[in-house]
Design a protein around this ligand. Structure first.
Ligand SMILES: Cc1ncc(COP(=O)(O)O)c(C=O)c1O
Length: 390
């Protein structure tokens, strides 16, 4: 062991701890202050398992039997490097009608979003997108001392395409890429195919556009379409997809980008390339498991519609969603309501500024949605929220 290194690291940690102690802050508060993000609470296994988990838009059913079998099979390579990988790249490429050179794997699509950030936001470039949206892109931008041009949503919660075009054109020299979450998290609202076309027609052709399609599989609206055809047309479009949602593999960590080769080549050096054999074999099976995808989609949409109809009946407006989550307007500040749900062992979404009177709820199992409704009626015994104009 290199004692000097150990000692110097101890010294560093010691002085950091002293500074934290001096300020009267715990390490979690420091992390929160540095990142602007509330640290995720860690629960014991028993506590965690007891929650109805409606906070992170996960798939409550987990991987299908076929995917579990493929992942089990992969354990025979657990001790190897350079093992057969289930042909994951080919499986993804075939699924989308692209070449393997158009595919980049990530440890979740979260890694893909980070790779796009570190590739295209160097030298203090800016990302253009809406707020609220999936915040990880903006957090990463501030982490690498880049910046974000965040535009407000329209009054019907759609993304303001003319404002995005305008913001991109006006700041063209400073913009590294445009971020578009479709459907958007946390609202569940889509950007139509026509709007994506308008965006691409309205911005310079060499501007990269990252379209985050994490919730693609849950969309019903016929006006929606994936942006993958734009990659085939040679536009500078990067589509991010994940196995975390429809395929129930969030903890296995697998996502990917589909993009033109020139963009993949720029992005690849910024990835870790650390995808496990388990993830690769599971993903190669999951992407073909359309029967399971249809099952998850059907039950999720049915439960979402049932729950939002019950809430509407109580007088609470829900934003029409095209995903496995939805937002309900509470007519009061959301944080105390989130705390009340937690007391009743139901985890719901965090606040999404500036929509601080809206609660985001993920669609869990039938039992979890029932627990949500029981808790909701306890927290709002009088039903309909007071009109606030918010
Ligand atoms: C819109 C969106 N993009 C990306 C991700 C990242 O997911 P993962 O890293 O599990 O693929 C999430 C996770 O909730 C998300 O909501």
């Amino acid at each position: 062991m290199d004692t000097n290194k150990t000692l110097s690291r101890r010294g560093f940690v010691g002085s950091l701890a002293a500074a934290i102690g001096y300020l009267g802050l715990g390490p979690k508060s420091v992390l929160w202050a540095q990142t602007g993000r509330r640290p995720r609470r860690r629960y014991t296994e028993a506590e965690y398992d007891a929650f109805a988990k409606l906070s992170s838009n996960e798939n409550p059913y987990g991987p299908s039997d076929a995917v579990l079998e493929a992942m089990n099979h992969a354990f025979k390579y657990a001790n190897r490097y350079g093992y057969p990988d289930g042909n994951i790249l080919q499986a993804i490429a075939e699924h989308h009608g692209v070449e393997p050179e158009n595919v980049l794997l990530g440890a979740g699509s979260g890694e893909i979003l980070n790779i796009v950030g570190s590739t295209f936001l160097r030298v203090r470039k800016k990302v253009v997108g809406v707020e609220p949206s999936y915040g990880s892109v903006y957090r990463q931008a501030s982490g690498i001392k880049a910046d974000a041009i965040k535009l407000p949503l329209l009054s019907d919660y759609r993304q303001d395409i003319p404002a995005i075009i305008d913001g991109t054109k006006k700041n063209y020299r400073d913009v590294g890429f445009v971020y578009m979450c479709n459907p958007n998290n946390p609202t569940g609202v889509i950007v139509t195919k026509k709007e994506i076309d308008t965006l691409l027609d309205g911005i310079p052709e060499d501007m990269p556009v990252l379209v985050d399609e994490a919730y693609h599989h849950f969309v019903e609206d016929p006006d929606y379409a994936t942006a993958v055809p734009h990659v085939l047309e040679g536009r500078q479009v990067i589509v991010a997809r994940t196995f975390s949602k429809i395929s129930g593999m969030a903890a296995i960590r697998l996502g990917y980008a589909i993009a033109p080769k020139n963009l993949i080549d720029q992005m690849r050096p910024n990835g870790t390339g650390s995808i496990s054999a388990i993830a690769k074999w599971g993903g190669a099976t999951a992407i073909k498991d359309t029967a399971e995808q249809e099952k998850v989609r059907a039950v999720t949409l049915e439960l979402r519609k049932k729950t939002t109809a019950e809430l509407e009946k109580l007088g609470f407006d829900c934003i029409p969603s095209e995903t496995n989550f939805f937002m309900v307007h509470l007519g009061r500040q959301v944080q105390p309501v989130i705390d009340e749900f937690r007391k009743r062992t139901v985890l719901v979404g965090r606040p999404f500024p500036p929509m601080l009177e809206h609660l985001r709820v993920s669609v869990g199992t039938a039992d979890e949605m029932e627990r949500f409704m029981v808790a909701f009626k306890e927290i709002f015994p009088d039903g309909k929220p007071a009109p606030t104009g918010a």
